[in-house]
Design a protein around this ligand. Structure first.
Ligand SMILES: *Cc1c(COP(=O)(O)O)cnc(C)c1O
Length: 375
């Protein structure tokens, strides 16, 4: 049997939407983009959203909006995709890592305050695998020290914790619609916020800082544009938005399917003492982006290759960022500095979790996992 690591959920309706855009005149950022932005704010319960080309762009624009630059520090987690730390590097600031909780892999909020210095400007938490960090505590700490909070919600469009949604306590939330994310346009991202000034800056910043958009010139009489700050070029196109605009209508149904599969995996693995899974806290709604298992680090790669030989797609999410060559060389990071992140990074395997998995495939995956992970 072959079980792909991931299959997207683009259906006939999404394809018809893309075809409509392709048959129209206007391919770049326009009505489909704003239509998707409206749905994203309605779904995430934020006031504003801006469609971008990736979550990496979203994070970088957020840092730039807050004026974070060389000499500044941003507190973040080493247990994430490298994008999270790379954007801090990109603006010239320094990523200051704090270790994660052994049980969830999320940033250990009890370590944040001791990492704060005079140079700290922001906290950048990641809602790992789809489970939210403790945003109430993070907001409290940020307020006490006058810091911004930028949420990396690449895994967590759907999540909730203590009744709080992503973006509600952070100053800005950054989403990804990359090829393997919960909803996808191949590449894509967005920010959501509740600050009108930030929204207006982002709308300009995604197109070089131009005061008029191509869509304005297309729909109204030609007006000259000006530019009063240096933006980026990372606007979401109508083509990308057409893929997403119906997926977001189905996002809860998709999540329910994944939650059921995750529950099946949970019970199948409950008695396997040679592996563990991240704890899901009772006060959370998990966005179920990834299903990861934690195994004996000495055996991880062996198990992973055996699963691949059995036709099962796997991934490693993630090896701790501080151990990437670039970060080791630049900052002198080494093993032993962030022990929980290192342990997760050495022991983690992500297994297939997506709505298109068939009952036979689900059974095949957990049977093989239990058959292979035996020491
Ligand atoms: C995927 C991912 C990103 C980057 O998303 P892109 O849209 O590919 O730029 C950032 N952070 C995390 C945690 C991710 O998993």
């Amino acid at each position: 049997m072959k079980v792909e690591f991931y299959k997207h959920n683009i259906d006939a309706k999404d394809r018809r939407g893309v075809l409509k855009v392709l048959q129209s005149v206007f391919l770049t950022t326009g009505e489909w983009t704003s239509g998707f932005e409206r749905k994203l704010v309605a779904y995430t319960k934020n006031q504003y959203a801006v469609g971008l080309m990736s979550c990496t762009h979203a994070l970088e624009l957020a840092l730039r909006y807050f004026g974070i630059h060389g000499g500044d520090e941003v507190i973040t987690t080493p247990m994430s995709f490298i994008a999270t730390a790379n954007v801090i590097e990109s603006v010239g600031a320094r990523p200051v890592f704090v270790d994660v909780e052994a049980s969830t892999g999320n940033m250990d909020v009890s370590l944040i305050e001791s990492a704060i210095t005079k140079k700290t400007r922001a906290i950048l938490p990641v809602h790992l695998y789809g489970q939210m960090c403790d945003m109430k505590k993070i907001r409290e700490i940020a307020d006490r020290h006058h810091l911004k909070v930028i949420e990396d919600a690449a895994h967590c469009i759907e999540g909730m914790r203590d009744g709080i949604r992503v973006g509600q306590l952070g100053d800005v939330a950054c989403y990804s619609f990359y090829a393997t994310k919960n909803i996808t346009s191949g590449e894509g991202g967005a920010i959501a916020c509740n600050d009108e000034a930030m929204y207006e800056w982002m709308i300009k910043a995604r197109q070089h800082g131009m005061s008029k958009q191509a869509a304005d010139r297309y729909t109204g009489k030609y007006e000259h544009y000006d530019m009063d700050f240096l933006g980026a070029k990372c606007n979401m196109s109508n083509i990308q938005a057409a893929m997403l605009v119906n997926q977001i209508d189905r996002i809860e149904a998709l999540l329910n399917k994944k939650a059921k599969i995750a529950a099946q995996y949970d019970s199948a693995f409950a008695r396997n003492t040679f592996m563990s899974i991240p704890v899901v806290l009772p006060n959370t709604k998990h966005a179920r982006h990834l299903y990861t298992i934690w195994v004996n680090p000495l055996m991880r790669d062996v198990y992973m290759h055996k699963l691949q030989e059995a036709g099962i797609g796997v991934a490693v999410n993630f090896r701790s960022i501080h151990l990437m060559q670039y970060y080791q060389k630049k900052y002198g990071f080494c093993r032993g500095m962030f022990k929980n992140a290192e342990r997760i990074g050495d022991s983690t395997i992500s297994i297939p979790l997506y709505p298109k998995l068939t009952p036979r495939q689900i059974k095949y995956v957990h049977t093989k996992v239990n058959g292979i992970i035996t020491v």
